[in-house]
Design a protein around this ligand. Structure first.
Ligand code: SF4
Length: 212
């Protein structure tokens, strides 16, 4: 792999360029905004290390080309004025340039994050999806609009309650089966949500619809 141009590295450090893995227009499949058409921007780079991660190819930021945020914004707005920034872990990077440019041009900007790094950027909707292996930094809990806990096993329900105790009262609480074990954990989740109705079930409906 060729050495990184120092100017490009500087711009990535500032968030003027971002390692773009992919971007696509689709339907939000999960959480509060499920069913809503949105443009997804998937930023490379994540060192959280969830063993069940379904986008491991996002982890190494060096594999994803630094891309000017203004180009990401122009392309996004050709498709939608709702833009979901995901990863990878987007908060690995400074999200201010991307989100301020999107908002200046009238977009609604959502993030899907583990919360493991400082919250940067301006967001209309924050989906906090905490991970046991690298837990969120404290300040993001009160900013979260939805808490989405991925359930891989029974212990994740206890982790979900620990995380729910930290978010604000307005935050909507979701339990979502990890896709590869969905048949095994779904009965657990159904029973749990019926016994604890402050929680809702979130499904990865885009996977059932066979869309990205
Ligand atoms: S935080 Fe997200 S991208 Fe990172 S390892 Fe976990 S599931 Fe994968």
């Amino acid at each position: 792999m060729p050495p990184v141009d120092p100017q490009v590295k500087k711009e990535v450090d500032l968030g003027i360029q971002l390692p773009l893995m992919e971007a696509f227009y689709t339907i939000q499949g999960e959480g509060f905004h499920k069913g809503t058409a949105a443009y997804f921007v998937r930023i490379g780079g994540c060192d959280v290390g969830c063993h069940w991660c379904d986008v491991k190819e996002s982890w190494n930021a060096k594999l994803h080309p630094p891309t000017r945020t203004e180009d990401i914004v122009s392309e996004a707005l050709k498709h939608s004025n709702t833009v979901v920034v995901t990863g990878g872990e987007p908060l690995t990077w400074n999200m201010e340039p991307l989100t301020s440019a999107l908002k200046e041009r009238g977009a609604k900007v959502h993030i899907e994050t583990s919360g493991a790094y400082n919250l940067t950027g301006q967001w209309d909707w924050i989906c906090l999806s905490p991970k046991k292996v690298k837990q969120p930094l404290e300040p993001i809990y009160k900013e979260a609009d939805e808490l989405k806990v991925i359930v891989y096993n029974k212990h994740d329900l206890q982790f979900a309650e620990e995380q729910a105790a930290k978010v604000g009262e307005q935050c909507i609480l979701y339990l979502q089966p990890e896709w590869s074990v969905r048949d095994k954990v779904m009965p657990l989740i159904v029973d749990y949500v019926m016994a604890n109705p402050k929680w809702k079930v979130s499904l990865q409906t885009h996977k059932y619809l066979n869309i990205p």
